[in-house]
Design a protein around this ligand. Structure first.
Ligand code: KG4
Ligand code: ZN
Length: 350
């Protein structure tokens, strides 16, 4: 039921190792986060050095009811206040996605409310609009997470054109793998980010990969806005094997040197794309956008070239359901609805 021009959305996100639910409302076109609850499974997966899919889906089943109820309570909402249910359909771990999709279907069916499917990366992109409201378009967005590294141009709200992507590892994945081989624990991003603050970023010479050739799997695309991080990871591995760090200082130097290359590569490509597509603004979303160096350098490079820059608050950077509710609103207004046959899609394209 839509009351006085306010629409209330329940967002549900279970694509990886966070069980998340949020209540977001839209009043006169403006989005407002009423609640944003995330139950992280990181303590369960840490012992294994990465996400174990079977453990993840079982934990989502345990947590989903409590997380959704908590989101409703925190948002001061009752079940009957919810107008739309939005859920991550993919991409992600299929067993994990299925928990959210099945739960969202049950809620939508029992409340007789529309169910709206959401692409996880559209959620990350919409986190920028949720945080900042109107953004000058065209916007070039770098979506950088544990599973994805891609560049999108947004010319009109809700329409995403992919113009670059990683050919191998995602940037977050590279952080996680490098942290693992340095014996630093999981997830690697925040640990490397914090250690890098005490390191010398020029201590170790690591390669910067530039894509000049077409992608073998998509030869029609030019691909020079693509990314590749596996060479960097291998270079770190070789260096660590030849000269294992013997002190905290040497580990910090490796972290800082690795982070310098990742951040420079990401920002070079983002600003190349901004130039090519005559962007009026640039943004970064996804878990790696929580990185302190990336946030700082984005702001200073934006200032240097006179482009406004956008990044979500940390709570909207890493996986959350408020961004899924926002993308759900976008889809709802575009007339997108799921049927009761909605299925999780582990490799959904955007
Ligand atoms: O978006 P996200 O929460 O989940 C996915 O959709 O993958 O991103 C998680 C990724 C992990 O690889 C994690 O190491 C990375 O984001 N990450 C960071 C930071 N915080 C999280 N990477 C670098 N610096 C950080 N501060
Ligand atoms: Zn994500």
């Amino acid at each position: 039921m839509v009351v006085l021009g306010t629409m209330v959305v329940l967002g549900i996100e279970t694509s990886c190792d966070e069980t998340a639910a949020a209540v977001v409302d839209e009043t006169s076109g403006a989005w407002h986060v009423r609640s944003n609850i995330v139950s992280s499974q990181v303590n369960i997966h840490r012992d294994w050095g990465g996400v174990v899919p079977e453990l993840a889906s079982r934990q989502h089943i345990r947590d989903i009811c409590g997380v959704v109820e908590h989101a409703l309570q925190t948002g001061g909402s009752r079940w009957s206040d919810i107008d739309v249910i939005a859920v991550t359909q993919g991409p992600g771990l299929v067993g994990s996605l299925l928990v959210g999709v099945s739960f969202a279907k049950s809620v939508a069916l029992s409340l007789s409310r529309p169910l709206v499917p959401v692409h996880h990366l559209a959620g990350h992109i919409e986190s920028l609009f949720l945080q900042h409201g109107a953004i000058p378009l065209p916007l070039v967005v770098l979506v950088v997470s544990g599973g994805h590294t891609a560049l999108y141009v947004v010319r009109t709200p809700g329409a995403y054109q992919r113009v670059g992507r990683t050919r191998d590892d995602a940037a977050g994945e590279a952080y996680d793998k490098v942290a693992k081989l340095l014996g630093l624990g999981y997830p690697g991003g925040p640990i490397i980010d914090s250690l890098a603050r005490d390191g010398n970023e020029d201590a170790i010479d690591l390669p910067v990969t530039r894509m000049t050739h077409a992608d073998r799997n998509a030869p029609a695309l030019k691909g020079d806005l693509d990314f590749s991080f596996s060479g960097l990871k291998t270079a770190v591995m070789r260096h660590v094997r030849q000269r294992p760090p013997t002190s905290r200082r040497e580990v910090a130097d490796m972290c800082a040197s690795f982070q310098r290359v990742v951040v420079t590569t990401l920002l070079d490509r983002l600003f190349d794309a901004a130039d090519r597509f005559e962007a009026a603004s640039v943004g970064i979303a996804g878990g790696v956008s929580a990185n302190s160096r990336l946030r700082m350098d984005l702001a200073s490079r934006g200032e240097r070239v006179g482009l406004p820059t956008y990044i979500p608050a940390i709570s909207l950077s890493t996986d959350n359901a408020a961004m899924i509710a926002a993308a759900g609103l976008r889809n709802f207004h575009a007339g997108i609805r799921a049927g009761w046959d909605l299925n999780a899609d582990a490799s959904l394209e955007l």
